[in-house]
Write a protein that binds this ligand. Structure first.
Ligand code: SF4
Length: 326
């Protein structure tokens, strides 16, 4: 397995108390595979990714338990320098906001070339040629003419392609893309997502795609882990999850997006707001918003994904059988 996260726990110390942002998350992704991690903001999906990358804001954040195994080595046991080296060479991250992730006063060619100068010891001329090659690889039109342009001279979609090129530069084995298309309009979103999926297949990378939008991952992910209140509440191959969700939260997310196979069906938003992690509801954390909640849900937490719902599928819900059978 390329990446195997086991029972990861992350806390944040705040003035108001300790927040359990990630509470026992386990997931894995292999080479050539795409795992989508889905959830509303505050669900812990990005914090988990930051812990995997070793870029958690610390303090106030702190990994308090679990393992992050990358090719069988627990990253949490490595020293800072070794961790930094793996992060530079083997893992890369694509962020939502390319404009703030790129340096505004340096040309994109310089920033791409720097990856090769610093990590591969290339000459300025060779690094520039590699930068152009990468820009062409992510289909920036007229790359040779645009290599000296600055980030603000590119459209949002083109900037996101440059972010993808930066991430690919050193041919990492794992890429984590955190909401890579959220800031883009729908057409450009689809183009960028298709490009990412194509490159992932070509380079046989593991890809973790973090999103709040089930609509964008249907065609590109192999498996989906749905997060709520710092936990994974459902984990399933993408087709099974879309066809028969086994957790009411997943069903709520599906019912709130337009789907071609359900024309004319009313879109239903999930009622209420995600919980404040300082005051997570007792029992099942989703119970105040769950249309299926019963008394037991208010005081007994559902077992964390222990129950096999089907091959490669699990759900943290007392009543998953009813939910999947709906
Ligand atoms: Fe809803 Fe109860 Fe299942 Fe939680 S355990 S998701 S409240 S039915």
């Amino acid at each position: 397995m390329l990446l195997d996260v086991r029972d990861l726990r992350v806390e944040f110390r705040t003035r108001d108390g300790v927040v359990g942002a990630v509470n026992g998350v386990s997931y894995a992704v292999d080479a050539g595979e795409t795992l989508a991690v889905l959830g509303e903001s505050g669900s812990g999906k990005s914090v988990t990714a930051q812990a995997v990358m070793g870029i958690l804001d610390s303090p106030p954040g702190r990994v308090t338990g679990g393992e992050i195994r990358f090719k069988d080595r627990d990253l949490l046991t490595l020293d800072r320098e070794e961790r930094r080296r793996i992060r530079g060479e083997k893992m890369a991250m694509i962020f939502q906001d390319a404009l703030s992730a790129l340096n505004p006063v340096l040309s994109v060619g310089y920033q791409l070339g720097e990856m090769f100068r610093v990590h591969r010891g290339m000459s300025r001329k060779d690094a520039r040629a590699k930068a152009i090659e990468l820009m062409e690889r992510v289909r920036i039109p007229a790359a040779r003419e645009r290599v000296d342009d600055f980030p603000h001279q590119f459209s949002g979609g083109m900037r996101q392609r440059i972010m993808i090129a930066m991430a690919l530069a050193l041919e990492p084995e794992l890429i984590i893309a955190d909401e890579p298309t959220t800031a883009l309009d729908v057409t450009v979103q689809a183009q960028v997502m298709d490009l990412l999926a194509e490159l992932q297949r070509e380079y046989r990378m593991g890809l973790i795609l973090i999103t709040h939008d089930l609509g964008v991952v249907a065609d590109v992910a192999d498996r989906i882990a749905v997060m709520y209140a710092g936990r994974i509440v459902e984990h399933a191959p993408v087709r099974g999850l879309y066809a028969r969700p086994a957790h009411p939260y997943t069903r709520g997310l599906l019912d709130s997006i337009p789907r071609l196979d359900q024309k004319g069906k009313e879109l239903l938003a999930i009622k209420g707001m995600p919980p404040n992690l300082l005051h997570v509801p007792a029992g099942c954390p989703f119970h105040p918003r769950c249309p299926r909640a019963r008394d037991v849900c208010r005081h007994d937490p559902p077992p964390p994904l222990y129950e096999e719902v089907g091959p490669g599928r699990s759900s943290a819900c007392h009543f998953w059988k009813e939910t999947i059978g709906e």
